[in-house]
Design a protein around this ligand. Structure first.
Ligand code: SF4
Ligand code: SF4
Length: 465
């Protein structure tokens, strides 16, 4: 029998004995934790839907334009030249996840993950509204195709697709920016075929995930759940069943003294299984399928209140807490991770602080030797790439910091870079022959925004042997 103490290790809770998908019908959750999760979900969804549309200094609050390789975080633009900062941010992020999971288990999945929030707080709620609670949903699925069933199923899937289409638009706004998204929406479709195809593909993808795949994403696809086995230890806080207090489980009988008949506080009502969106029995211990949604805490507290027993039989606790009745402990492993996290965060902030307005890359043109186009001078050709990281127009100049030479731009003489513009080009450096003392010399080029020197680049200058 599925979910029994004996066989839960043998197969996934979402598969039957034949290996076929078992559709999960979770009972509608309610309770203190669910209310708090709903409040958090509203705040996070407001942020998620608003972030690409809120502008700071003319830039989106958040944008991840992987196509143009431009990223906006809190209105600050980041370019490929800032790759090192992103690498650091990723390392800090991974360590943060590690430390956070070590302390709080998979709490992120239940409270913050967009997959859980969309599934449990939007799509599942619509399903409850149209098809009713879990038992009614089961009945409806088994019932023949009547007009009422066709209407309910069509309405549900139509609404699911419309919401998926909406999410897809928001998702695209994070990539291409809200201005370009509004253009796609307002201009003739023929002008934005690629954008429209992307929106339609992502709409079907989101619809497929929320209408059909559901908990399979958390249990089989998401790598974070699988990481639990290496990140959790006996001190990690997880949604846990207090087996010391709950066992031996046994049905509730009125006026029975449970202690005298060797019964623990678990009344074996199975409501914690019925309410679980991943179909597991938390009484079997921490399992990778648990997304920490807290629905079992709420329902168990409710059952305990009904039979006059104290709540908290299922609660946030570590294995160590339950075994010993002790409080949270700051372990050596945790201390090590936290120190590393603090050091990396400080380095990350330092990198952000020293990040300049301009980022210039200057390299001698490959394969070119020196030339003598001007009497008494040697010349080398250089290529440059320069990115304006600010929201203002910048007038940029290259100046030779070493003496005895000049910079001669090729093509455009005045470099006026628009906000966030990246431009490339070439220039000559002409050096007086008497300053070129060897076949390979070093020159220092100053990069100026107006009168302010914002960067110095050292590069080589070839002369005769
Ligand atoms: S809801 Fe609580 S009392 Fe009911 S079976 Fe689960 S752990 Fe036991
Ligand atoms: S075991 Fe409890 S917290 Fe974990 S997914 Fe199931 S209902 Fe949610």
């Amino acid at each position: 029998m599925a979910n029994s103490v004996e066989d839960y290790r043998e197969h996934l809770s979402t598969l039957d004995e034949a290996g076929n998908r078992k559709w999960i019908y979770p009972k509608k959750p309610k309770g203190k934790y669910h209310t708090w999760r709903a409040i958090v979900a509203v705040l996070l969804l407001t942020f998620l839907f608003g972030a690409p549309f809120i502008k700071i200094n003319g830039n989106p609050l958040l944008q991840f334009d992987v196509i143009e390789r431009k990223f906006s975080i809190l209105g600050n633009m980041f370019f490929p030249q800032d790759f090192h900062i992103f690498m650091f941010a990723m390392i800090v992020g991974i360590i943060f996840i590690g430390v956070f999971t070590l302390i709080f288990g998979r709490i992120f999945c239940g409270w913050v993950c967009p997959q859980t929030i969309f599934m449990e707080m939007i799509f599942r709620k619509i399903e409850y509204f149209i098809e009713g609670d879990w038992t009614k949903q089961k009945q409806l699925n088994r019932a023949p195709w009547t007009a009422s069933k066709i209407f309910k199923k069509t309405a549900k899937h139509l609404i699911f697709f419309i919401i998926s289409f909406f999410i897809s638009n928001i998702f695209l706004a994070y990539v291409i920016g809200s201005d370009d998204l509004l253009k796609i929406m307002s201009e003739p479709p023929s002008q934005h075929i690629v954008g429209l195809i992307a929106i339609i593909i992502f709409s079907f993808l989101f619809y497929g995930v929320f209408a059909f795949m559901r908990e399979q994403v958390c249990t089989n696809i998401c790598p974070y759940g699988r990481l639990q086995s290496v990140l959790l230890d006996k001190y990690s806080i997880v949604v846990a069943y207090d087996h010391k207090r709950g066992e031996s489980r046994g049905k509730f009988r009125k006026n029975e003294d449970r202690a005298t008949v060797n019964k623990g506080d678990c009344i074996d009502c199975k409501q914690c299984i019925n309410v679980c969106p991943t179909g597991i029995d938390i009484r079997n211990g921490t399992q990778l399928e648990c997304v920490n949604c807290t629905a079992c805490i709420d329902v168990c507290d409710d059952m305990m209140a009904n039979v006059g027993l104290p709540g908290g039989l299922i609660r946030y606790a570590s294995e160590h807490n339950i075994e010993t009745g002790s409080k949270f402990k700051f372990t050596k492993r945790l201390m090590g991770f936290s120190t590393l996290l603090i050091v990396l965060t400080v380095i990350f902030i330092a990198l952000l602080t020293v990040r300049g307005k301009l980022e210039a890359t200057i390299m001698r043109t490959p394969g070119m030797l020196y030339s003598e186009p001007i009497e008494g001078k040697y010349s080398n050709l250089y290529n440059y790439s320069i990115a304006n990281k600010t929201s203002n127009l910048l007038s940029v100049q290259f100046k030779l910091e070493s003496t005895g030479g000049t910079v001669q731009m090729i093509g455009q003489q005045n470099l006026n870079l628009d906000r966030e513009q990246i431009t490339e080009g070439s220039f000559f450096i002409h050096l007086d022959k008497n300053t070129v003392t060897s076949s390979e010399n070093t020159v220092v080029i100053g990069v100026y925004a107006g009168d302010e020197k914002v960067q110095e680049v050292s590069t080589s200058f070839l002369g005769p042997k």
